[in-house]
Design a protein around this ligand. Sequence first.
Ligand SMILES: Cc1ncc(COP(=O)(O)O)c(C=O)c1O
Length: 401
Amino acid sequence: MMHPIPTLHDGLRLADWTQTMKRSVLRDMIAVVSRPGILSLAGGLPAPELFPTDAFAQAASHVLATDPRALQYSPPFPALKAHIVDLVAQRGVSCTKNEVFITTGAQQGLDVLARLFLNPGGQVLVEETVYTGLQQVIAPFQPEILTVPTDLETGMDVDAVEALLREGARPAFIYVIPDAHNPLGVSMSAEKRRHLVELVRRYAVPIIEDDPYGFLCYEQRPEPPLRTLDNEWVFYLGSFSKILAPAVRTGWMIAPEALIPKLTVIKEASDLESSAFMQRAISAFLDAGHLPGHLATLCREYGTRRDTMLRALHECFPAEARWTRPTSGMFIWVELAPGTDTAALLTRAVEQEQVAFIPGHAFAVEGRSHASHCLRLNFSNATPERIEEGIQRLARVIRRE
Ligand SMILES: Cc1ncc(COP(=O)(O)O)c(C=O)c1O
């Protein structure tokens, strides 16, 4: 199933840390799911048929017709920063334009913050099941990774965080996705949010709050982000990837104003600046008032897809399976019977039923085995009919095991 990496020629020396570099399981998955005929519940992709292509095309043409600077090197676009201030206010986050740092996606926000905080060999504190993109960002630093478990209903185990800090751990940062965790789908309880923020203030440890999914909510209003509880220790990351389109490669960080000059220098090293054209096109899209209607469509449609997947899991999966019931985001996390090997299951699922998911071990820190019987399912990309079909196929493979 996997395409082997060609051997390197003799004498080519790579940096030491690349010796421990893991294959990107997610990249491997892309190769698998792009094979014709595979029904994929694997990636973290939005529904392509819901992209607001006409409205975005109009916004982009308007920019090109009216603003020649759109194709030039240019500093961050102030009008987009103003829009971001208004947008995050909908999540309860209050900030000024001067605290908005535009990024080339939330992934770059993670990278810039890791460079800001982390020394080679330093400590970081994450959940034991964590977004793979964070693992990739910190790998070159060869850090000591401290982990805490996650409760599938209330989120990160904050008591475990407290125990580590009390024992003397001083991580460079704590990474957390309080809303619609990727891959677990869980959102953190209000009480844990307060406790975590109280801890980082007491122990002077910054939090990276990654919030690409918070606008996609299917039930009651989500809890306010950690950044609403603290504006000094919480570094808040957002993105247009999941609410507009990943290919616009534009996101934001809300950070203390005094740090923006340092963040700017760090970011310049990787891409000089985020695309002026995209920043203006997104801004024009927002000027035209398209986002609220688009978000309402996404929440309605993804909510239906989530419900379809939950219903299909209930009807088709074995009684001993457990899964999360996300109130927002794009993922459901499934635990199968202990001892099940979901990496092997994936091979059979693709071969026998042409259906794909991401096995849990892909998200386990440093290859630990606690998630080897788990899998992540995406419910945003496939239509409800395909989701139902995909879960039925997967259930057949599991039954045959
Ligand atoms: C938790 C999390 N953080 C960051 C990202 C990267 O987002 P962006 O496309 O804005 O770089 C993703 C993308 O899937 C994600 O799931």
